[in-house]
Design a protein around this ligand. Sequence first.
Ligand SMILES: C[S@@+](CC[C@H](N)C(=O)[O-])C[C@H]1O[C@@H](n2cnc3c(N)ncnc32)[C@H](O)[C@@H]1O
Length: 317
Amino acid sequence: MSLQNFLPEISTENLQKISESLGPLNELFEGENEQFTEYSSFFGKIHPTYKNYSGNAIEIGRAEDLSSDEHNALHEYLLSLTPWRKGPFNLFGHDIDAEWRSDMKWNRIEPELPDLAGKTVCDVGCGNGYFLFKILKAGASRVLGLDPTRKFKRAFESVQIFAREPGLRFDLGGWQTLHYIPRTFDAIFAMGIVYHHSDPLELLKTIRGALKPKGWALIESQGIQGDDPVALFPRKKYCGASGMYFLPTAACLENWLYRSGFKNVKLLHNIPLSLAEQRRTAWADVNSLQEHLLQSDQTRTMEDYPAPWRSAFLVQG
Ligand SMILES: C[S@@+](CC[C@H](N)C(=O)[O-])C[C@H]1O[C@@H](n2cnc3c(N)ncnc32)[C@H](O)[C@@H]1O
């Protein structure tokens, strides 16, 4: 199905611009298609007897739905997608314990959300699409995930091939893609992306422009503790990660939101990131939060900056 079938609001002219803006992202890597085609033909015939998106894990299929050969092939394919950054997922009994307990973020946010029933929603910077299933379960009728990382798209597809949710779609792209989808969404989720970009106000204004009148956005961000409206700007890495620009206090993010034109800016939470939420696991055998904090002082990062906090705001467009 084309993006325009999923989202008929996009004009043909803008669809063309989206495609042009993707540039090299559109190009497949050698062998990429073959690997997924093989996976699809192996698993495309399987119909899981169980789906549940209400618990902490996105669960699809029961162990007994697959033969042992199918289990081995599935396990091998899922392992090829490590490290699994967001989760948990459970596919046919394979428990994918990802680096991030995304369920903890969702459980903080969900009780605060306006009604999603029948809404058209975008999750921009959606990672492997964990939250797409949650937003669908919360009642949205169409959820578009945008993320430029091909591996995350493949991880989503490896789940969606079994879930077969017509209301979900993942496209390669980013917040910049929203320039070409103006006034389209009832709601936009932008979680964990604002500090990864050098112009957070441009990012926030672009998100606002893609909302319908009366639309709302959920903006969630990593940042630092403090009452002053300031942001930390690391010299290089922050907490072991590159591509980090402005890490705001909640007061600073609040000001960015107002100055991007959002109204009714409501703080949902502002808390330290816990070692329970981001950690090394068997499915993400990578240095994680614990390894990126100073061992002598867990309130500082290894670069000797203040340790990360997370804040989230609900805003009207
Ligand atoms: C820290 S992760 C956040 C994932 C998820 N939204 C969450 O809250 O757990 C940042 C995500 O932003 C994606 N990303 C990179 N460039 C982007 C862009 N220009 N627009 C949107 N997302 C982008 C990355 O691929 C990655 O999945």
